[in-house]
Design a protein. Structure first.
Length: 230
């Protein structure tokens, strides 16, 4: 392990157990306090975190058999949900998001990451298959009223609008409004929808100028992408 001999043996063991999440009760409280106030202990803690994380560097990724994915599909979502996601072409993106979320949870439980008190930031990329439209969405819990929207490529057709939709579970899509005309802008998120963002899929549809007149998508779905946690 990196630099373990340069520190007091008791602190070395303590920092290792701290990183692995083995401390409890008063021991954990004291260690957390030292992490905030003791620079030497904080550096030792960071060394152990880096060393433990590096243990996975040489592990090659292995794709699970399709039957495993199907079983997980049915267990979590049921046949109806799976069919909907596949028809929308969202399954590959959601699989990647699920793997990322699983990795985040494992690392967090090992105390290698510390989420900010305000909550994790969220991201989503919505892209057309041909790359003609790319929209990047960011949500900062410190600014909970709006999504930051960036459109690196693509634009609405003449006389049309691009409308952003939130899809949570099996619920019907809910409009978040029309995308700004500028390539950088903000889209307001109603307070009731904010708790759903982290588990949602965002989609963009082609709509009449000003947005859908029905409250549901009426035009072609141009792209969709899952919301992921940083």
């Amino acid at each position: 392990m990196t630099g373990a001999g340069e520190h007091h043996e008791d602190d070395t063991v303590l920092a290792a157990e701290h990183v692995l999440g083995l401390l409890e009760g008063d021991d954990l409280i004291r260690a957390e306090a030292r992490l905030q106030s003791d620079a030497a202990y904080r550096a030792l803690h960071a060394l152990w975190a880096e060393d433990f994380a590096s243990l996975t560097d040489e592990i090659a990724p292995v794709a699970p058999p399709s039957r495993v994915r199907s079983a997980i599909d049915k267990r979590l979502f049921g046949m109806r949900r799976e069919g909907l996601l596949r028809r929308l072409g969202l399954w590959p993106a959601l699989t990647a998001a699920a793997l990322a979320a699983g990795t985040y949870l494992v690392v967090t439980n090992l105390d290698l990451l510390r989420p900010e008190p305000a909550g994790p930031s969220l991201r989503a990329e919505i892209a057309a298959e041909d790359g003609g439209l790319v929209v990047q969405v960011a949500y900062d819990p410190a600014d909970p009223e709006a999504l930051q929207v960036s459109r690196p490529s693509g634009a609405p057709a003449s006389g049309r609008s691009l409308e952003l939709w939130l899809i949570a579970g099996e619920a019907a899509p809910v409009s978040l409004g029309v995308l700004p005309d500028d390539r950088e802008g903000r889209v307001t998120v109603p307070e009731a929808l904010r708790p759903l963002l982290s588990q949602a899929v965002l989609a963009i549809s082609d709509e009449p100028a000003g947005g859908s007149p029905t409250g549901a998508p009426t035009g072609a779905v141009l792209g969709a992408g899952p919301v992921t946690t940083l």
